[in-house]
Design a protein around this ligand. Structure first.
Ligand SMILES: Nc1ncnc2c1ncn2[C@@H]1O[C@H](COP(=O)(O)OP(=O)(O)OP(=O)(O)O)[C@@H](O)[C@H]1O
Ligand SMILES: [Mg+2]
Length: 261
């Protein structure tokens, strides 16, 4: 990783929700560089969402420090912080009683942007995430799952954040839609110079989309690195997680000759 100051830095972070229960996060240290696309992988309950929520101060750590833009988030106004970071929620999290336009424009509206400006921004974002403008006035229940996720991404980008946190953004989608959305988002990440942290259950997706992958298990960060670096990890769990994409790649190589013959 480069030596520039990280945009997000966790330093020995610990978090418990209930006394006597296992820690949701245990001594986690992790740096996310400006412009980086980091995927966080791990089983259910391993602490992934907790990690993300600490970065925009939806929760605060029991021990250790979380810094965003170099500032300890404890010293930053949480509302300001949240409005400056795009967040795509696990399973969409759209407001059901608001239209597509209402959902996408919510943060600029809360920030007090003029109505005309919000409207133009909404159209721009609808194009950007490749929704149809005719869907502007639909409600979330009138959209497909993939379209809803696109609205979620558009909403996260509405206030032009530099940081985007995504909690299983493409979870419940068919593989083709998932792939298309992932690629589309990757292009946005690059074009806008975003810094992205994306949670996923899927190691293959993580390896294909992200620059680096962090692996969580039972509240601990057990490994982090590029695909190549992870492949050299001696951690048994990391090896296990890499087995599936490895086997799939090998099978597909045999089943799908690349020259089309
Ligand atoms: N608000 C809360 N109150 C009590 N316990 C919580 C709370 N949030 C999370 N936990 C607990 O902390 C642990 C980590 O939860 P977290 O949501 O971070 O897991 P996760 O890796 O995101 O899981 P999943 O993949 O299922 O979303 C779990 O044991 C969970 O039950
Ligand atoms: Mg979660």
């Amino acid at each position: 990783m480069n030596n520039a100051a990280p945009l997000i830095a966790y330093e020995n972070v610990g978090k418990s929700f209930e006394q006597g229960r296992a820690k949701a996060l245990d001594d986690v240290s992790l740096r996310v560089a400006a412009g980086e696309f980091l995927a966080v992988v791990g089983g259910s309950g391993s602490g992934k969402t907790t990690l993300l929520r600490l970065a925009n101060r939806l929760i605060t750590p029991d021990s250790g420090t979380v810094r965003v833009h170099g500032d300890d988030v404890r010293n930053v106004d949480p509302i300001r912080l949240r409005r400056s970071i795009g967040y795509v929620f696990q399973s969409g999290g759209l407001f059901p009683h608001m239209t597509v336009a209402g959902n996408i424009g919510i943060t600029p509206r809360l920030l007090g942007a003029p109505v005309q400006e919000i409207s133009a921004r909404v159209d721009e974002l609808i194009d950007l995430v490749r929704l149809e403008r005719s869907h502007r006035d639909r409600f979330p229940h009138e959209l497909s799952g993939g379209q809803r996720q696109r609205v979620g991404v558009a909403r996260a980008l509405a206030a032009k954040p530099k940081i985007v946190l995504m909690d299983e953004p493409f979870g419940a989608l068919d593989p083709l839609t998932r792939d298309a959305l992932g690629e589309d988002y990757r292009a946005l990440h690059r074009n806008f110079g975003l810094t992205t942290v994306m949670i996923t259950h899927d190691m293959a997706e993580a390896l294909l989309l992200a620059d680096r992958v962090a692996v969580m298990r039972a509240g601990r960060l057990v490994a982090q690195g590029t695909a190549r670096e992870l492949s050299q990890s001696t951690d048994a769990y990391v090896g296990e997680l890499l087995n599936t994409p490895r086997r799939q790649a090998e099978r597909l190589r045999q089943l799908l000759p690349m020259d089309g013959a």
